[in-house]
Ligand binder design. Structure first.
Ligand SMILES: C[S@@+](CC[C@H](N)C(=O)[O-])C[C@H]1O[C@@H](n2cnc3c(N)ncnc32)[C@H](O)[C@@H]1O
Length: 742
């Protein structure tokens, strides 16, 4: 028996001991081997924990979709049997992708395929609830203050690859699951990080088994859901009664979508039918083979029962979860897809335009100009007498964002579809339904004078790996891009930043006094404050860079040395903090140490533009939210103004602008990442986790504020981070510490 077969046998034996059959374990093992490029170690680690987790995950995927829960509830109300015998279509889809190219793909999957549009259709039928972690993952445990807080150089804690194979494995699989939860098959490709993108399978309609033993009298349950999202009405009708005449059910491809939930073994089926009219109404109906003629069912009771069932199945749902809302969202999605469809048609000559539903407002809230809608809530943003620009965030005044323009936030996705994953907004404590106004941008934009020269010609051979192919991390020798980090890649094969690097960066940020500072001869910052006689430079921390492969490299987008350029992949939520810090950002899933969360994104400004904005805001008694890109100013000689850059997330930004400050033991660290430009005038500022973070924990970073600097021009907010190491002398934690109470 070959070594590989021997290892496979051992793995299957180990699974057998855990109660998993060979049939259950074999395809999952094949899949893991593919994910890990035939590397057995992460699979064998911790007594095959990754394999066991993956098998459980595959089983988890057999969740009951909400539409089917509705049918079950109705069946149970009228006392008819309802037997669930199907597989979750998305889990099937994930498996389809994971198994592609393997024998298992052909062996294990029934012919079930769906087109991109049909997946939307199915998602519309109540499957795609991105707002909530429908499948609660097992927690990985959090080590409190997981990294060193003692001054002094941090010791690398060993190779991250070996040290935490299991959580990393877990994360790969979680990402795949979450991608499927989101109905985003393209995300699955990335979740698998090292897999080549595969062509999508093709079929017309999402089909799953359902309603096995139901009687065949074809009744329909119609839900009239207001397109404004105001609520949901329902009634049960006989199939003979068709959709209201006001709602023209037009053929699929215009404004009607039909998703058949069908048992492939018998003829019974549940049909989800969504139609929209030209006056903006959207109507959804579920048709099932149940004899409802003798029963009068309250939709309220049905919804309540479905909600309870969802809670039972999915474990974690937001407090305001309701089937009514889910239905509303289905209707909005139909309308939005209809609008996109309209655009396509109008661009191609306006044909069919009249058949398309007008745009229906998303669940949204408008923020009025000039309202005193300070997202920072109870936190005291003290006003500065003088504009201030430091190496990190100084203070933030969301009101300032309001004074320029007013925008509308979609609380079901603050990114308005700009990110690959939806980012919801919730406020469990206050009356403000959404954060103050700003424009969401997923990537930095140059404001005006900043010199951001992205040019292929400027990238020399030494700054790219043109001869590479596929995934640089699996090459026998590190490519040229790894030279920037001492010839070693900073990422693990699972896409996590290695522990040694995180600890090093964290140390620089936490203990700047222990690290090298660069003092400019002619500091651009001081120059922008006073060109005629600038003050001496106050020093800039020298920070190490990550260098990712990019377009001039021969590798592909799936290369393991490309992480931040793929964008946000973890499930995030903007929420209102209870401590009075205003809005914050949290994760909805467990994250291992080293996970990329998001970039700090905003307008790229020159140091004098930043300063001008700071003056303007100080004049209004306001502060701004600016970060300097000064990590490598020391190697640049004398910088011209247009080369000394910073990022301002006040008016245009991404979720990074919601990350609050925490003294010392923050769970994120900001790291400079070079992607498109070899010089370090411009770079990306990326947030990675410094330790394991549990689902629903707030994400924080240490702004580096010196709270003791009471004489300086900048008056920091009163810190409410709650850390036992809080530096703010006004914080109760620090006062307690000073009094020897903790
Ligand atoms: C980058 S913004 C973070 C998002 C902000 N909380 C919001 O509502 O938009 C920074 C501002 O948040 C508030 N903030 C952040 N961390 C804080 C903390 N630890 N304690 C009190 N306020 C905090 C301060 O008003 C600060 O100026």
């Amino acid at each position: 028996m070959g070594a590989k077969a021997d290892r496979a046998r051992k793995a299957l034996d180990a699974m057998k001991l855990l109660g998993f059959s060979k049939k259950q374990s074999t395809p999952v093992l094949r899949r893991l081997l593919k994910i890990f490029n035939d590397n057995w170690e992460p699979i064998e680690d911790e007594c095959y924990r990754a394999l066991a987790d993956a098998i459980l995950d595959a089983q988890d995927n057999n969740q009951t979709p909400a539409s089917q829960q509705v049918m079950q509830c109705i069946a149970s109300f009228i006392g008819q049997p309802y037997q669930q015998t199907f597989t979750h279509p998305y889990s099937r889809y994930i498996l389809g992708l994971l198994y592609q190219g393997t024998e298992a793909a052909q062996e294990d999957l029934e012919p079930h395929v769906t087109t991109r549009d049909d997946r939307h259709t199915y998602a519309s039928a109540g499957e795609d609830d991105n707002e909530t972690p429908l499948v609660k993952r097992p927690r990985m445990g959090t080590s409190e203050f997981g990294h060193q807080l003692q001054p002094g150089p941090l010791q690398p804690t060993g190779s991250a690859q070996g040290a935490s194979a299991s959580p990393e494995t877990h994360r790969s699989l979680m990402l795949a699951q979450q991608a499927a939860d989101h109905g985003d098959p393209s995300a699955i490709g990335d979740a698998l990080i090292l897999k080549e993108p595969k062509p999508e399978p093709q079929i017309n309609v999402a089909q799953v088994k359902a309603c096995r033993d139901a009687r065949a009298t074809s009744d329909a349950i119609d839900f009239n859901v207001g397109s404004s999202g105001a609520g949901a009405r329902g009634r049960v009708v006989n199939q003979a009664q068709s959709l209201d005449s006001s709602l023209q059910a037009v053929p699929m491809g215009n404004n009607r979508v039909v998703s058949t939930v069908q048992n492939t073994q018998d003829a019974s089926s549940v049909e989800v039918d969504v139609a929209s009219s030209t006056n903006g109404e959207v109507k959804m109906s579920l048709k099932c083979n149940l004899d409802l003629s003798k029963f009068s069912i309250s939709m309220e009771d049905v919804f309540k029962m479905v909600e309870e069932k969802c809670l039972h199945s999915y474990k974690v749902l937001p407090p305001d979860f309701s089937i009514g809302k889910l239905m509303s969202e289905v209707c909005q999605s139909v309308a939005q897809l209809g609008t996109r469809h309209a655009d396509v048609h109008s661009n191609s000559g306006g044909l069919h335009k009249e058949a398309v539903a007008p745009f229906v407002q998303p669940i949204a809230c408008k923020v009025a100009v000039g309202t005193n809608d300070n997202g920072a809530g109870g936190s005291s943003v003290l006003e500065s007498s003088e504009p201030c620009l430091q190496n990190s965030i100084v203070a933030w005044d969301p009101e300032l964002a309001n004074c320029k323009r007013r925008t509308t936030h979609d609380v079901t996705d603050i990114s308005k579809g700009e990110e690959r994953i939806r980012i919801t907004v919730v406020n469990e404590f206050g009356s403000e339904t959404c954060p103050p106004s700003f424009f969401y941008i997923p990537r930095n934009l140059v404001f005006q004078n900043a010199y951001v020269n992205i040019s292929i010609a400027r990238i020399g051979d030494e700054d790219c790996c043109a001869d590479c192919s596929g995934n640089c991390l699996s090459a026998s020798l590190p490519c040229a891009c790894a030279r920037a980090t001492g010839g070693d890649y900073v990422y693990t094969p699972e896409g996590l930043l290695k522990t040694a690097f995180i600890d090093e960066w964290t140390s620089v940020n936490l203990f700047p006094e222990k690290h090298h500072r660069f003092y400019c001869k002619a500091c651009p910052l001081e120059r922008s404050k006073n060109e005629a006689s600038p003050d001496p430079c106050k020093g800039h921390l020298v920070r190490k860079f990550v260098k990712e492969c990019w377009s001039k490299c021969g590798c592909g987008m799936q290369c393991g040395n490309r992480v931040i350029q793929r964008g946000i992949t973890c499930r995030l939520q903007v929420f209102f903090t209870r401590e009075g810090k205003g809005w914050g950002l949290r994760t909805l899933e467990d994250l291992p140490k080293g996970a990329f969360v998001c970039e700090y994104v905003g307008e790229v400004l020159t140091s004098s533009e930043l300063y001008e904005r700071a003056i303007e805001s100080a004049r209004n008694g306001k502060h701004m939210h600016q970060v300097l890109l000064d990590a490598d100013w020391g190697s640049e000689g004398v910088l011209r103004d247009e080369e000394a850059l910073g990022i301002d997330g006040t008016f245009y930004g991404n979720v990074g602008r919601f990350i609050n400050h925490r003294c010392y033991d923050a769970n994120l660290v900001q790291i400079p990442v070079e992607v498109e430009t070899p010089d370090h005038h411009y770079y990306h500022l990326a947030f990675f986790t410094t330790k394991k973070v549990e689902a629903f924990e707030e994400l924080t970073w240490d702004y580096g504020i010196d709270f003791d600097d009471v004489d300086g021009p900048c008056k920091a907010f009163r810190c409410m981070c709650g850390s036992r190491y809080c530096r703010d002398p006004r914080s109760t934690r620090r006062m307690d510490r000073a009094a020897g109470r903790n």
